[in-house]
Design a binder for this molecule. Structure first.
Ligand SMILES: C[S@@+](CC[C@H](N)C(=O)[O-])C[C@H]1O[C@@H](n2cnc3c(N)ncnc32)[C@H](O)[C@@H]1O
Length: 273
């Protein structure tokens, strides 16, 4: 299986300039192609020199592998599959992530929150619009591994106080009521344990009329689901949109969008209080 062909991300281009190969176990050219192939003893990652590396010993059962990948997408940990998920997010998912920040209409002095920031590429994008001295960016994610990764990416802005990363869940956000102007998230709501609880908590921290944007590639998600990914998760946009409406958001709508030939979906919602 070769995962979707997406243009190299700025991060991958930089990595290629600095270091021709990825550092993990030799040189897996994930920045170009993520190839997972079936081998004699299970699933392998194909290295750029043509040899195969066993993904995880004893993991020859596709259902176990797919469940592990789902688990790691929802809560990446420092592990081989967690690392592969992180590389996938940086190199293959970056456009959808960046688009979420891009569509949130962030103003220079806004207070902005990203839920489930993963490796932190959307946070980096959001910072470009937060040019005012009062502009503040919060990131919330419950993965310690993603915290470490995003902290490395945004160290200077964290040190200056412009960015604050919070280790926590969408169901319990340590921010005051009506304090946030913009919220964005990407490929995240599928993993929330309770969509209504998460939506209600986001509504609580958002100012009246604040905008929330989420992005996804619905067709890619559906393909993943057909392979068994996201089993038992509420990935269907209708569930998320119903939860938003039920908790008090208005103008909830999903749009199909395209940017330079790249197709994706964006869900918009406005806090009504
Ligand atoms: C599939 S990853 C997407 C990461 C990033 N948005 C991207 O697209 O590159 C999902 C992220 O959401 C985080 N996440 C999932 N459920 C969460 C929750 N209930 N509260 C906070 N973060 C959550 C995970 O830890 C993970 O970093």
């Amino acid at each position: 299986m070769i995962l979707a062909d997406v243009p190299s991300s700025p991060a991958a281009q930089l990595k290629q300039q600095k270091r021709p190969c990825c550092s993990f176990n030799g040189c897996v050219h994930l920045c170009k192609k993520l190839q997972v192939v079936t081998g004699d003893s299970g699933f392998n990652v194909r290295l750029c020199n043509g040899t195969d590396m066993l993904l995880e010993p004893g993991m020859s059962n596709p259902t176990i592998l797919i469940n592990k990948v789902t688990q790691q997408l929802g809560h990446p940990t420092q592990s081989l599959i967690g690392w592969l998920v992180k590389e996938f997010l940086v190199n293959k998912n970056w456009i959808v992530e960046v688009k979420a920040a891009n569509l949130a209409q962030i103003q220079p002095n806004n207070t902005v929150l990203e839920v489930g920031f993963g490796p932190g590429l959307g946070l980096q994008e959001a910072l470009q619009y937060l040019t005012g001295s009062n502009g503040k960016l919060y990131g919330l994610d419950y993965s310690e591994y993603m915290h470490k990764t995003a902290t490395r990416r945004l160290q200077d802005q964290i040190t200056s106080g412009k960015v604050q990363l919070i280790l926590g869940s969408v169901e319990d956000i340590p921010l005051p009521d009506s304090s946030v102007d913009r919220v964005f998230h990407c490929n995240c709501y599928y993993f929330w344990p309770d969509l209504k609880k998460g939506s209600a908590e986001l509504l609580r921290v958002m100012k009246p009329e604040a905008l929330m944007v989420t992005t996804l590639r619905l067709n890619t998600v559906k393909t993943g689901v057909s392979f068994g990914l996201l089993r038992g998760k509420m990935w269907q946009p209708e569930y998320y949109m119903d939860a938003l409406q039920a908790t008090g958001f208005r103008d909830v709508r999903m749009e199909e969008m395209e940017d330079k030939g790249f197709k994706f979906n964006a869900i918009f919602a406005t806090a009504s209080k």
